[in-house]
Ligand binder design. Structure first.
Ligand code: GLV
Ligand code: MN
Ligand code: MN
Length: 410
């Protein structure tokens, strides 16, 4: 006998709390940088839950994990999922929520005695965050054919450790060929990570797409010299160029307005001493816009300014691209489906683009894709204080359940 499947919110919250204990840091957050021991421990915990639920687990050669719940028919599964790696100062919901809610959908179907027509798949993708190895969304990018395994394995962290070696070391270089599991459709549930839903008073966001992302690293080489004796006209100060770049990026976002955002998130000086002019600076620039032409304009203006400042200071600057993804627009039918299901649950959904990068933007290259957002308190994310109210977590998971069910029964 079948009954109507319902999400077990208490179980979802308990699993989120259990996963948050892996790599826990002060303030209630998580540090599970991709392919560290903490990431491995988080993976082991989630894979254990997948197996305990009777799902068939496959690990591919980039470490993406797929858990399949069989349908009445074989064929491409309806897929959901996200990531369980975090930034070093991460919260407990970013990524984890979407993966664990997907497992709750399977539990709800089990409890209801329901076998769907199509198989369902709950996935988590390797290195979504890109905080340790670039580019971000790496596992889903490889899955979608946008990056070769060799290129992904060759990525190094700031200590020179290769991603391929770390994947092997933590035991997650699987046998399956990336991309072998080609989904029929992909739906990712995620916290918004920004303030829009909360400020406007919405519980469910129907995500229309993801803005373009541009990540570059700059290395400036100048001349170390005495801070007291060196006349200003004779300085080749790498630290000054890094500071000028950070100030310019902020000014640029003001000048361009609209959706343009810009961040200098890494800034390192050498020798980093109070009385020595820095001979080395390394900094990163993260630029994002929903409009590709404007994003290109932001890149060109930033690059030209940094080069001009470096030239005037008499230092050299090298630029390296770490990640570059164009804006993605999600399938209109899928977005409308999220809205319709949300309304059936009594919500008034809000359409909005995603400010953060997501695995869904890579999966959109393969199949009709959509995302569901729930509010983030004070818009905080990539912060240990990241929080979403339990009722909102439950609301999002309930919408995910019915969207997946529609797709899997069609
Ligand atoms: C990745 O999650 C990003 O948006 O930076
Ligand atoms: Mn995320
Ligand atoms: Mn994130």
């Amino acid at each position: 006998m079948t009954t109507t499947p319902v999400i077990d919110g208490i179980h979802l919250h308990a699993r989120l709390a259990a996963l948050a204990r892996v790599g826990a840091i002060d303030g209630g957050g998580c540090a599970r940088l991709a392919l560290t021991d903490a990431d491995r421990d988080g993976r082991d915990l989630v894979v254990g839950w997948m197996r305990a639920q009777g799902l068939a687990v496959t690990v591919d050669a980039i470490g993406n994990v797929f858990a399949i719940r069989a349908g009445r028919e074989d064929g491409p599964p309806v897929m959901t999922g996200s990531h369980i790696d975090t930034v070093r100062t991460g919260g407990r919901f970013d990524g984890n929520y979407g993966v664990l809610a997907g497992l709750e959908v399977c539990r709800a179907l089990d409890a209801a005695g329901l076998v769907t027509r199509r198989p369902l798949c709950v996935a988590f993708f390797t290195n979504e965050e890109g905080a340790r190895f670039q580019p971000d969304m790496m596992g889903s990018l490889v899955h979608a054919g946008g990056l070769s395994l060799q290129e992904a394995y060759a990525a190094t962290d700031t200590s020179g450790v290769r991603l391929g070696d770390e994947l092997e070391r933590i035991g997650y270089r699987g046998q399956a060929a990336p991309g072998a599991i080609r989904p029929r459709a992909f739906v990712e549930l995620h916290i918004e990570q920004g303030p829009v839903l909360e400020e406007a008073g919405y519980t469910i966001g129907a995500v229309t797409g993801v803005q373009g992302i541009s990540w570059h690293e700059f290395v400036v080489s100048g001349t170390a010299a005495h801070a007291g004796t060196t006349p200003m006209r004779l300085r080749h100060d790498a630290g000054y160029v890094a500071a000028a770049a950070a100030t310019y990026v902020r000014q640029l976002t003001h000048d361009m307005g609209g959706a343009q955002v810009g961040t200098v998130g890494v800034s390192e000086l050498r020798p980093n001493l109070i009385n020595v002019i820095a001979n080395h600076a390394r900094f990163t620039v993260d630029l994002r816009n929903t409009d590709e032409a404007l994003l290109r304009q932001a890149e060109q203006r930033t690059f030209a300014t940094i080069e001009a400042v470096a030239q005037a200071e008499g230092v050299t600057v090298e630029r390296r691209r770490l990640a570059r993804f164009e804006p993605v627009v999600f399938d209109a039918t899928m977005v409308a489906r999220v809205e319709r299901v949300a309304r059936a649950h009594g919500h008034d959904p809000m359409r909005l683009p995603s400010g953060a990068g997501h695995d869904a933007q890579m999966m959109a290259r393969l199949c009709p894709t959509a995302m569901i957002f729930v509010p983030s308190v004070k818009g905080l994310s990539h912060n240990v204080a990241e929080y979403t109210a339990p009722a909102d977590l439950d609301a999002g998971a309930a919408v995910l359940l019915d969207v997946l069910l529609e797709l899997a029964q069609a």
